[in-house]
Design a protein around this ligand. Structure first.
Ligand code: ZN
Length: 393
């Protein structure tokens, strides 16, 4: 069994894990630690901040041996973790602990194991004669809907930084993953008109109209299930949609004036999600709102976009895909149900692929862990990666 002392990235990983970067908290403690460490190694970082100033993304470039910063490959990970609220842990989630060849802590698998291993390999990158630059991209607020990364990507575009590919180190058990679905989360506000429940014709029942819209979304989901399109590389091989949260009403004897619900659409990469959203809006604005307003002019429906993470579509032609396939000696076409920042990078013209240590099964759960073997695998992968990016010594 692999021992802790055989994982050279362990000091870095445990340092990152000890900082509670649950998405609702600031991540500056972690970002500044990384920035200062890179700085003392002679690597400058560019931070892009959340408007509150309490969170930041970090982007850093190790130039090629000739000083060039063009092209190259990004190693990317998110710094935030999901909450431990209500979870029953056997050890303190923010005090990393090794038991039976596994490193337990919130974020060990998703995904500070990867970030720490990348940081621990910095000396090797600096010792190599790099033919192309290597970039680090560490984001905030991925877990709440890929909120941070777009700022960092916009900054790259503004500064004219054009990497040729990106490796996202989300947990895939170090196997290349070439596609994932898109995630689109919307909140819907249905505004009716209150009245005494003995006088229902004088009101507009927001809950009833919300229910009609929710059933419409379910019908759309059923259509996709029955008619496709399908992509059998996914566990659930079609586009899905569902309503996850609802609230509305005050009392049994009041016609409810407000009902709000949150729904999401998880689209296959080949399915244009804007068409599905338009179908939902057309039904709301074209069918329901006129009926509501015939009852009372106060009736209305409003949508707000909560989170959008575009799907990632495979491209075997992309150089970064070929690179990761060569480094892992793995040609299997794998697609995953969870979303990542890969779709965002790809949409910005940076081809992306997912490959990182740990099993997604262990993410987000109590007693999250990454096996020390996976961390060693990741370290070896990065060594081969650095070699592939280097000129002969
Ligand atoms: Zn993650």
């Amino acid at each position: 069994m692999t021992q802790g002392n055989q994982v050279r990235a362990l000091p870095w990983i445990t340092k990152l894990l000890a900082i509670d970067t649950t998405s609702r908290n600031s991540n500056l403690g972690l970002i500044e630690t990384v920035r200062d460490s890179l700085n003392s190694a002679g690597v400058e970082s560019v931070l892009t901040y959340h408007p509150s100033g309490q969170k930041a993304n970090l982007f850093a470039t190790l130039p090629a041996h000739d000083g060039s910063t063009n092209g190259g490959i990004v190693l990317s990970g998110h710094t935030d973790v999901v909450p431990v609220d209500g979870q029953d842990w056997d050890s303190d989630p923010f005090v990393p602990e090794i038991r039976d060849g596994k490193l337990y802590a919130r974020g060990s698998c998703d995904m500070k194991g990867f970030i720490g291993t990348v940081l621990a390999s910095l000396p090797d990158m600096q010792a190599a004669k790099l033919s192309k630059p290597i970039h680090f991209a560490f984001s905030y607020d991925e877990e709440v809907g890929c909120v941070g990364a777009p700022l960092m990507i916009a900054d790259l575009q503004q500064r004219g930084v054009k990497p040729e590919g990106c490796i996202i180190g989300e947990p895939t058990s170090m196997r290349p993953v070439v596609g994932h679905k898109g995630i689109n989360v919307y909140r819907c506000h249905v505004h009716g008109h209150a009245a005494h429940s003995s006088l229902t014709p004088q009101g507009v029942n927001a809950i009833e109209y919300a229910a009609r819209l929710i059933c419409f979304i379910r019908d759309l989901a059923d259509q996709h299930r029955a008619q496709g399109p399908y992509d059998e590389a996914f566990t659930v091989p079609f586009t899905t949609a569902q309503t996850g949260v609802i609230s509305g009403g005050v009392a049994a004897n009041i016609v409810p004036a407000l009902c709000e619900f949150t729904f999401q659409v998880r689209n296959l990469p080949t399915v244009d999600v804007s068409r599905i959203i338009k179908q939902i809006e057309d039904y709301a604005f074209g069918v329901l709102v006129p009926r509501m307003q015939a009852e009372n002019p106060a009736g209305n429906i409003r949508f707000s976009k909560m989170a959008v993470a575009p799907a990632l579509d495979e491209s075997e032609q992309d150089a970064v895909t070929a690179l990761v396939r060569a480094l892992t000696a793995d040609q299997t076409k794998r697609k995953v149900a969870y979303g990542t920042e890969a779709g965002l990078f790809k949409a910005a013209g940076i081809p992306s692929i997912i490959c990182g240590p740990g099993d997604i099964e262990q993410a987000h759960k109590p007693n999250e862990f990454v096996s020390l073997e996976q961390l060693q695998e990741c370290d070896k992968f990065l060594a081969r990666f650095i070699h592939s990016m280097s000129l002969p010594a």
